[in-house]
Design a protein around this ligand. Structure first.
Ligand code: C2O
Ligand code: CU
Length: 459
């Protein structure tokens, strides 16, 4: 799968300077952004909650006035939100009513290998299986998506993605905005043809010019003049978002992939590569009632609009100066080098010079070991952005190109940007489960082409 010529020219998805025509024009801010429904457990027994999710095709309204066939979890685009509590086990029975194999994976989940969704651990059409999620981890905005070998890019693009939110008492005690004022927002790009059909081609970063927030194109969302917690995930296959609100409004970043930061970070713009989550608290009371505040991306412009409609009577939420205690960083006893590269001569995406092979263990790690991984995007032959995501563990970014991470990147993370020529050092403790887990570039057109490897945690 060689890249299109324009990618060779610039090496940066979306920075080609020319953009494919939008096939079906949609006036911006003409549809309201929905909030994905929270899935209720089918039953509950002791500390276990049982959920049921069926993957199936459905026709949904994405572009106004027309229907698009997509792949869905439970008929919804994006899928229903799973909202769980730390320490309660979620057992999710996935049924595959699609005509191809699927693999469900909770991104950021600390999950036993048998339920983590190894790429070749396929659920065949017509079959069901139970995935077990112990949720022994801190509160965080996670998401679940398909991970079928070589197919995750197309499956996620066509809709197999949803939020997986973990709550815990420590976070609840902070009195951050909650309930109707706690809004998950899944951002992604997409491409449609003139019949409103989704068009999937690998590495098609130029064609994916429609930006969706919770499955709607450049929507508006009514808010009250008060504080909101906004949980963003970038669910794009390739696109990086660099977001800012209104005229560079200062917002408080409160969390990254793995949950709360130690303290809020005041930011005016925040960057998200595919798979990353960032949570911000926005105080809409700083805008006049009646204002329209646009969320802009540095490259594509308007992503969505917040319409400040009413002034709230009371807002008892707050953003405390201290948010959480980050897990301690034990002394590392192991080191690895990870090199991400693209071989332009044959169009191959590689980790340490190799494509994914389900039969080859790339990295063996003793259970409980703390390691520093030095991840480099080798752009000597070809410059293209990548990022890096290991399953099972959350990590800390030690440094980026030798410099300490920015405050928003200094918390708990599971996915990190590694731009052309960059080197990022991260530290993780590998456990508490043994078994085989994937690690890969989360620009999933790349991982679907082989930019993935596996580690085996051994007792
Ligand atoms: Cu978001 Cu390997 O996954
Ligand atoms: Cu990549």
């Amino acid at each position: 799968a060689a890249l299109p010529e324009a990618a060779r020219a610039t090496g940066h998805p979306g920075h080609t300077g020319h953009v494919a025509p939008v096939e079906r024009a949609v006036a911006p801010f003409s549809v309201r952004m929905p909030v994905p429904k929270v899935l209720q457990p089918q039953s509950t027994k002791g500390d276990n909650d049982f959920y049921v999710v069926t993957a199936k095709k459905a026709k949904v309204e994405i572009l106004p006035g027309t229907r698009t066939e997509v792949f869905t979890y439970a008929g919804m685009f994006p899928g229903p939100t799973l909202r769980v509590r730390t320490g309660r086990t979620a057992i999710v029975r996935h049924t595959n009513d699609l005509d191809m194999g699927t693999v469900a994976h909770v991104h950021g989940g600390c999950t036993p290998a048998s339920s983590d969704g190894f790429p070749t651990d396929t659920l065949a059409p017509g079959k069901s299986r139970d995935y077990v999620y112990p949720n022994k981890q801190r509160a965080a905005t996670l998401w679940y998506h398909d991970h079928a070998h070589h197919m995750e890019a197309e499956h996620v693009f066509r809709g197999l993605a949803g939020f997986y939110l973990i709550d815990d008492p420590a976070e609840a005690a902070l009195r951050l905005p909650s309930g109707d004022y706690d809004i998950p927002i899944m951002l992604r790009d997409a491409r449609f043809d003139d019949k409103a059909r989704m068009v999937f081609e690998k590495d098609d970063f130029q064609g994916r010019t429609t930006i969706l927030a919770n499955g709607k194109p450049q929507p508006y969302f009514p808010v009250a003049a008060r504080r909101y917690r906004l949980r963003f995930v970038n669910a794009s296959n390739l696109r990086t978002f660099t977001l800012r609100l209104g005229k560079d409004t200062q917002v408080a970043q409160i969390a990254s992939d793995g949950g709360l930061l130690a303290a809020p970070a005041a930011v005016r713009s925040w960057r998200m590569t595919p798979g990353e989550r960032i949570e911000v608290v926005v105080d809409f009371s700083r805008f006049k009632v009646g204002s329209q505040v646009i969320l802009n991306d540095a490259e594509v412009g308007p992503v969505m609009r917040f319409d400040v409609g009413r002034s709230a009577t009371t807002d008892t939420s707050r953003v405390p100066d201290r948010l959480s205690t980050l897990p301690a960083l034990p002394t590392a006893t192991g080191k690895r080098k990870i090199v991400l590269s693209f071989d332009r001569t044959n169009g191959r995406f590689l980790i340490n010079g190799r494509e994914f092979d389900q039969k080859r263990v790339d990295t063996e790690i003793k259970l409980g070991t703390t390691e520093v991984w030095t991840v480099t995007n080798d752009s000597t032959n070809f410059a293209i952005p990548h990022n890096f995501h290991p399953h099972l563990v959350q990590f800390r970014v030690l440094d980026r190109n030798g410099r300490p991470p920015a405050p928003g990147e200094a918390g708990v993370k599971d996915t990190v940007a590694v731009g052309p020529g960059e080197t990022v050092r991260l530290q993780a403790t590998f456990g508490p489960y043994i078994g085989k887990y994937a690690y890969h570039c989360h620009m999933i057109d790349h991982s679907s082409s082989g930019m993935m490897a596996q580690m085996k945690i051994v007792a």
